[in-house]
Write a protein that binds this ligand. Structure first.
Ligand code: AMP
Ligand code: MG
Length: 392
């Protein structure tokens, strides 16, 4: 049995950044930029009017003659003399001879005569070329998370593909004779299978929308074959259940038969003690205990940071926070406890239903409190560390 820190360190040692791939911008949501991006063009690429109005040479004159019009998208430069103005619209190219745009609300127009009601300052309402970025500027750094704004910004610079870190292909193997699919009638002795959907949703949040899923009964041959099949196509395999010491727990043996090498088995924690982690070349396998709360706790604590590292998140290690404890916690187990809790305004409140078989409190918590193995009691008002699940 190893410590939580040791387990995290060993997983980290076996986890490397994903390789660089170029993908279409439309598919890049949530991916991490794998290179610094330099602006291929200036933005805006030309002097642009920021308003609907008239472009002119600034003067104290109260009347100008309108000599033309520039719409957005027109390439031509309109020549302009002193005392002349051109009608212009937002986003249109400002004539080289103009230095100011007056908004139409501050003018009165009679045929070709433009009366100036209120002259703006010189250079008003013109976006200079390269105001936002100049060609060659470093505009986004490697490691940037590609959200909608970053993707839009890159599109505005003309990119249609982007270099990102390749996320791992993930497989899930669910084991258990007692498991029935939701939507089907439940027979005596059965329970509904919930770990696969929980893990799929958690993976989705972690930036892995697609997974390969296999289900097997508690049977060595079936488990060996399913592990083999999933490892052919996946970089990372999550196995649910069958990793404890029962007579019908075949996962460890099935992993051995597939030459997945054990890095560790069992962590001094509650829930989730029988977590198994191993590798087959660069492929990684997490065999998660079947109890739903154990499985999800192990996912958050161990799988999540590994996925973040592979996907290129620079700050992939989970940052623990601290809050003030409201109600006392006892830990007679000599293990690290991960307790479902709510934290608000810096105050932590442990929830009921902490058993590893229960998701009831997990469903409404926003934090996992971390109780150190050697801490037998934490009293109200004391500081407690926690993982903020809503800010992972
Ligand atoms: P195991 O780790 O296979 O010994 O399973 C531990 C407990 O978790 C047992 O009570 C199982 O019935 C339950 N369990 C295992 N797999 C799942 C699953 N996919 N969904 C819900 N409960 C499960
Ligand atoms: Mg089982």
């Amino acid at each position: 049995m190893i410590t939580v820190e040791d387990a995290l360190r060993r997983i980290d040692e076996h986890t490397a950044l994903g390789s660089k791939i170029e993908i279409s911008l439309a598919e890049a949501y949530g991916y991490i930029l794998a290179e610094n991006v330099l602006a291929p063009i200036s933005m805006p690429p030309f002097r642009q009017s920021s308003m609907d109005g008239y472009a002119l040479q600034w003067s104290e004159n109260k009347a100008y003659t309108v000599v033309g019009e520039v719409q957005a998208g027109i390439a031509r430069n309109s020549a302009l003399q002193r005392g002349e103005a051109v009608r212009i619209f937002t986003g249109a190219r400002v004539p080289d001879d103009a230095d100011t745009v007056i908004i139409q609300e501050h003018t009165t127009r009679e045929a070709a005569v433009l009366n100036i009601d209120k002259m703006p300052p010189l250079k008003a309402n013109i976006r200079p070329k390269g105001e936002q970025v100049q060609t060659g500027d470093l505009v986004l750094e490697e490691g940037t998370v590609l959200n909608e704004a970053a993707i839009g910004f890159l599109a505005g610079l003309g990119f249609h593909t982007v270099p990102v870190f390749e996320p791992p292909k993930v497989g899930i193997l669910v084991t258990g004779n007692e498991l029935q699919q939701p939507g089907q009638p439940l027979r005596e002795g059965q329970i509904y299978e919930s770990n696969s959907i929980t893990l799929q949703m958690a993976l989705k949040c972690a930036g892995i929308p697609e997974v390969s899923l296999e289900r097997v009964g508690d049977d060595l041959g079936e488990t060996v074959n399913a592990v083999k099949k999933l490892l052919q196509n996946c970089d990372l395999l999550l196995i649910s259940g069958g990793i404890s010491v029962g007579d019908y727990d075949f996962v460890q043996e099935a992993l051995e038969k597939n030459e997945v090498h054990e890095v560790f088995y069992k962590i001094n924690q509650k829930p989730g003690k029988p977590l198994w982690f191993g590798t087959q070349g660069k492929k990684k396998v997490f065999a998660l205990p079947g109890n739903p709360a154990s499985s999800l706790t192990c996912f958050y604590v161990y799988v999540w940071p590994a996925l973040r590292k592979i996907r290129g998140v620079k700050t992939y290690k989970t940052k623990e926070k601290t809050a003030k404890l409201e109600t006392p916690i006892k830990n007679p187990f000599g293990k690290v406890l991960f307790l479902k809790a709510t934290v608000s305004d810096g105050e932590a409140r442990q929830l009921g239903a902490q058993a590893s078989s229960m998701l009831k409190s997990f469903a409404i918590c926003n934090a996992l409190l971390i109780v150190p193995a050697d801490k037998e009691v934490i009293n109200p008002g004391e500081e407690i560390r926690y993982i903020a699940l809503d800010q992972l």
